[in-house]
Write a protein that binds this ligand. Structure first.
Ligand code: FE
Ligand code: FE
Ligand code: ZN
Length: 279
């Protein structure tokens, strides 16, 4: 089996998110700890957080996958922007440790904005080492990127390079986004086994902690990063079903980031549950 859920809005609080996912029929979810565009973090009401933890525990949810703001760029050229990004991540992680310990925090490694991938990689790793130390119960996940613009992490090698440079590798892992790797040129519809084999050789499947399950509006290798509803994009339902059923991916949280209203997520969660292996 796998855990399945979707991205949710925190607008109505943390307990409300867990209630929403119970209503959707899922058993994990993703959320931002602040506006996806960054900005100041709203204080977390301890009771609201406790309400969420209670539901998550009672319902036997899998690990949750918090998402860093999209604008957080640890590779920024301007030091001021980079220091702001570090502050954001440090705050988010301490909030995770305090209110939702033992879960995942996923982030886009960064964009080198013309500095080149080597400098980008150097900066991201340096920032991660400034932020993430041996203490803390949150596992930090680097997301596989589509290679839009100057994104770092556009292939497995670039993620491996980052993981090789962090001082506390046990605190890190990878979140695989099916739309992103497809757009990045990994043909998961044509040969899923080979792609996962390559992941294993380059990074190691033991470093894979979570999946973002999305279809893509564009063809393999397009580097576009436009998510689509399951089965309505270029990856297709058969290929996504094979991802859900793949032996190497069992036991992991799968998060839908498809362009959906609540009713759409409910439907997709039911669909994925129908795809799941029964063993
Ligand atoms: Fe993401
Ligand atoms: Fe994603
Ligand atoms: Zn995306």
């Amino acid at each position: 089996m796998i855990y399945i859920g979707s991205h949710l809005s925190v607008a109505k609080g943390y307990t409300h998110m867990a209630e929403t996912m119970v209503d959707y029929g899922g058993n994990t979810f993703a959320f931002f700890l602040r506006s996806p565009r960054g900005g100041a973090a709203k204080e977390i009401d301890p009771e609201d957080a406790a309400g969420m933890r209670k539901i998550v525990e009672e319902q036997g949810f899998g690990p949750l996958v918090a998402h860093a703001p999209y604008t957080m760029n640890l590779a920024a050229a301007k030091n001021e922007i980079r220091m702001k990004a570090e502050k954001m991540m440090r705050e988010d992680l301490s909030r995770m440790d305090e209110f939702f310990p033992g879960n995942f925090y996923n982030f886009h490694p960064g964009s080198h904005v013309g500095q080149g991938v080597d400098i980008g990689t150097y900066k991201i790793a340096e920032s991660l080492n400034n932020i993430v130390h041996g203490d803390g119960s949150t596992t930090v996940l680097l997301e596989t990127m589509a290679g839009k613009g100057s994104e770092v992490g556009r292939n497995f090698e670039e993620l491996r390079e980052l993981l090789d440079r962090v001082e506390f590798p046990d605190r890190f892992g990878v979140c695989l986004d099916t739309c992103h790797i497809w757009d990045g040129g990994y043909d998961i519809a044509g040969n899923l086994d080979n792609v996962l084999q390559e992941f294993d050789w380059t990074i190691g499947l033991d470093r894979l902690y979570a999946i973002h399950l999305n279809d893509s509006m564009n063809v393999c290798g397009s580097h576009k990063d436009r998510h689509q509803k399951l089965g309505q994009g270029e990856i297709g339902a058969e290929a996504l079903k094979a991802v859900v059923q793949h032996p190497a991916l069992q036991g992991k949280p799968f998060i839908l980031e498809t362009p959906n209203e609540p009713a759409g997520y409910k439907k997709e969660i039911a669909e994925v549950k129908g795809w799941m292996r029964k063993d």
